[in-house]
Write a protein that binds this ligand. Structure first.
Ligand code: ADP
Length: 284
């Protein structure tokens, strides 16, 4: 599984990345963390990055691309990774595309965590207070002044990536204002929907079953779509006379399999059936 979490500072990328690491055994590649480690260790990269980071500015693209390229090659990244804080500019995204192509790796999804800007300052303040309470060292760029600059950098340099990935049909957006738990659920649902959870070696049928199970909506949603489904199924089977498969699919949907796929299938069947009826009427 390989994915990117996209979102402004304080949108919850780090929290969600950690949850993905725990659940799927992939690694979190956070350029922010790596750069902070480089600064602390006073490596040549760290020395170049230090002042830029403290000012809320971005570190040059070639530096972060180099860091990520090396990190992806490490053995622990074989199972997959979640990129958090990278790419942050269009040239970084282009470099990542090139890099993955060269390594014969596929990106499964880019998940954007969308949040209200007004909530971000409060979130960062809470994070700072919690870090202080745990006796941890607070980041030098976690001040209201630098946060404003980081947000400006996000808007001008990182936000264009939303368009970049949506054009490439990779983008999924999640409401980052929901609870942590709800966001996690939504991210998992997206991963299932794009097929990122399918175990490579498992037989195809088993894998499809697992993906369907993971994509199953909440009990409440399922009950709601189950309520709607009989009507759609009835319409479908009325119109699609003789279509055994169509009827079977519609009946399955009516039994309450309210997955997005089932809903789409019902819609398709209904559309097809309606067309047939119109044709028949035209003949009469
Ligand atoms: P944030 O909470 O703002 O998302 P991060 O921990 O991801 O913070 O990054 C902190 C700082 O590290 C950034 O403000 C920037 O200076 C630098 N940085 C991190 N990732 C990148 C990147 N991909 N490109 C350029 N600079 C980066």
């Amino acid at each position: 599984m390989r994915l990117i979490l996209l979102g402004p500072p304080g949108s919850g990328k780090g929290t969600q990345a950690q949850r993905l690491v725990q659940r799927y055994g992939i690694v979190q590649l956070s350029t922010g963390e790596m750069l902070r480690a480089a600064v602390a260790a006073e490596t040549p990269v760290g020395l170049k990055a230090k002042d830029l980071m403290a000012n809320g500015q971005l570190v040059p693209d070639d530096i972060v691309v180099g860091i990520i390229s090396d990190r992806i090659d490490q053995p622990d990244a074989v199972k997959g990774f979640v990129l958090d804080g990278f790419p942050r500019t269009v040239p970084q995204a282009e470099a990542l595309d090139e890099l993955l192509k060269r390594k014969h790796l596929k990106l499964d999804a880019v998940v954007e965590l969308r949040v209200n800007e007004s909530a971000l300052l409060q979130r960062v303040e809470t994070r700072v207070a919690e870090m202080r309470a745990r006796g941890e060292e607070v980041r030098v760029d976690d001040t209201p002044e630098v946060l404003t600059k980081r947000l400006a950098a996000y808007r001008s340099q990182t936000e264009p990536l939303i368009h970049y990935y949506s054009e490439r049909r990779k983008l999924a957006t999640v409401d980052g204002m929901m609870t942590i738990e709800q966001v996690t659920r939504e991210v998992n649902r997206i991963l299932a929907a794009v097929g990122a959870l399918e175990p490579q070696a498992a037989p195809a049928r088993k894998a499809r079953g697992a993906a369907r199970k993971a994509a199953r909506p909440s009990a409440k949603k399922a009950a709601k779509s189950a309520k709607k489904a009989p009507k759609a199924a009835k319409q479908a089977s009325r119109g699609a006379k003789g279509g055994k498969t169509a009827r079977r699919k519609a009946a399955a949907a009516a039994r309450g399999r309210g997955t997005g796929k089932a809903k789409k299938t019902v819609k398709r069947i209904v559309r097809k059936a309606a067309k047939k009826v119109t044709k028949k009427r035209a003949k009469r």
